[in-house]
Ligand binder design. Structure first.
Ligand code: ZN
Length: 170
């Protein structure tokens, strides 16, 4: 009888020990998940503050009446007086004509858009201005043979960092 009681106590003791172990293991897993999430959130925040906040707005246009609503500006020439071509881009007056700008994609989505919609082209030359083009804004020109309006719409509005004449812009 005594032996049996002892046996029972030991068994139940063992069981509760196993349960405690399982609980601790679960708690540890939860803590690891929370810490990893916090670490990733922190890393993303740092990436956002240090890199992504310098992004420019990059839009696109063609020489259709929707994109250029002043008829005299649809003369097949950029504001720099050069005939329009694939590789020309519009910027605000702070970036002089003939300046080289380079897109610096920051996310896989951006890289994919550049590869897919610009055929991987990242270097453009400032040739145009625009009433709606303010600071930190570039407007990529799509000639008809590059898809024109459709291609401009497909590009839409994206935000990327840029280099101006080889120097990373703030
Ligand atoms: Zn258009």
């Amino acid at each position: 009888m005594i032996e049996e009681k002892l046996f029972l106590r030991t068994r139940s003791g063992d069981e509760s020990f196993g349960f405690e172990k399982e609980k601790r293991r679960r708690l540890r897993a939860v803590i690891i998940v929370i810490l990893t999430a916090a670490l990733l959130a922190g890393a993303w925040k740092a990436y956002d503050i240090l890199w992504l906040r310098h992004r420019y707005l990059i839009t696109a246009y063609c020489d259709c009446p929707i994109c250029i609503n002043v008829k005299s500006f649809r003369n097949g020439k950029f504001a720099s007086r050069k005939p329009v071509y694939w590789g020309g881009i519009a910027a605000d007056k702070k970036i002089p004509f003939r300046s080289g700008v380079e897109l610096v994609p920051a996310t896989p989505t951006d890289w994919f858009a550049v590869w897919r919609l610009l055929d991987g082209r990242r270097k453009f030359v400032v040739e145009d201005r625009g009433g709606k083009i303010r600071v930190r804004h570039l407007d990529i020109f799509f000639p008809k043979d590059r898809g024109g309006h459709e291609a401009a719409l497909r590009w839409g509005a994206r935000r990327m960092r840029i280099k101006i004449n080889g120097k990373l812009a703030d």
